[in-house]
Design a protein around this ligand. Structure first.
Ligand code: C2E
Ligand code: CA
Ligand code: CA
Length: 283
């Protein structure tokens, strides 16, 4: 009886959701070959100076019928069906190609950070490929990798070894979505993390005298005591920026400063920033 009810329930809505998922998955398989992926860059601002010092590389999928599909929709599918390695490798290659292409025009000294799926750290071969790509650019090429806290929880020796290999190659490590998982001080201390990124959920409700203000300040103080720098994500209002700056937060990222931009727009934005700076110095 119970099974019949479940079957009846399953039929219309779930079937169409399943079909849609299957379609997206099929299309995702061909997305790299069909040149449908693009990397966008979201500026990260030094809150003291107001200058762009870093940017996060974020993948975009331009689907021929659906339009732009958000990564939140396809990254989990890619992880589930073993396509994430290919996508993340493509993003790295594209970023390195882009840095090479920027060359002299380079967004001088801007560090690009790449999101890496936790799953990839289980394979030495993925990290071999990243390191080979980094080597092509010369060591200490000013890149960082963003990982989530979950990755560190299991204390898998292979994973920890891969992180150390990246560190040794001069790649900085940022802990993404900080505060949402089961962050433990011990992990931060042992692993020589360079940055924590305070999750957007704390920043979006941030007001003076709010509980989020207490939590943000605690995270900033704790990180600084451990020699770790702090990036706040999802800053949308000037008030949030000002509160965070007053707390000593090092960097900010969010729509207040800029959305993620394609390579050309990003280059133009930096060029405009440099022109403003030199005008200021001349005046
Ligand atoms: P994330 O790593 O937490 O990236 C930040 C997300 O917040 C981005 O969404 C960004 O566009 C969005 N965001 C930035 N500022 C603001 C703001 O002020 N307000 C609001 N409401 N949102 C803001 P996006 O690009 O949709 O990416 C979503 C997630 O997909 C990322 O979250 C990351 O986990 C994943 N992702 C994106 N690109 C890649 C990639 O190349 N590889 C892997 N493995 N994951 C990726
Ligand atoms: Ca990220
Ligand atoms: Ca994040």
């Amino acid at each position: 009886m119970h099974e019949v009810a479940t079957l009846l329930y399953f039929t219309p809505a779930m079937q169409s959701a399943a079909r849609q998922r299957q379609e997206i998955l099929n299309d995702l398989r061909g997305s790299i070959d069909r040149n449908q992926l693009e990397v966008h860059y979201q500026p990260i601002i030094n809150l003291d100076s107001g200058q762009v010092e870093k940017a996060e590389a974020l993948v975009r999928w331009e689907h021929p019928r659906r339009g732009v599909v958000a990564p939140d929709e396809f990254i989990p599918l890619a992880e589930e069906f073993g396509l994430i390695g290919q996508i993340d490798d493509w993003v790295s290659e594209e970023v390195f190609r882009q840095i090479g292409d920027w060359g002299e025009r380079a967004p001088a000294g801007v560090q690009i950070s790449l999101n890496k799926s936790p799953l990839q750290f289980r394979y030495r071969s993925s990290v071999d490929r990243w390191l080979a790509a980094f080597d092509g650019l010369g060591k200490g090429s000013g890149t960082a990798i963003e990982i989530t806290e979950g990755l560190l929880m299991e204390r898998d020796p292979v994973v920890l070894e891969q992180l150390l290999r990246l560190r040794d190659a001069g790649v900085e490590i940022a802990l993404d979505d900080f505060g949402t998982g089961y962050s433990s001080l011990a992990y931060l201390k042992d692993l020589d993390i360079d940055y924590i990124k305070i999750d957007r959920s704390f920043v979006s409700h941030l007001r003076r005298d709010s509980q989020e203000a207490v939590l943000c300040e605690a995270m900033i103080v704790m990180a600084h005591k451990l020699g770790i720098r702090v990036i706040a994500e999802g800053i949308e209002r000037a008030e949030q920026r000002d509160i965070l700056r007053a707390m000593g937060c090092d960097y900010g990222q969010g729509y207040l400063f800029s959305q993620a931009l394609n390579a050309l727009e990003f280059e133009r934005m930096l060029g405009a920033g440099e022109r403003e700076e030199s005008d200021r110095q001349r005046a």
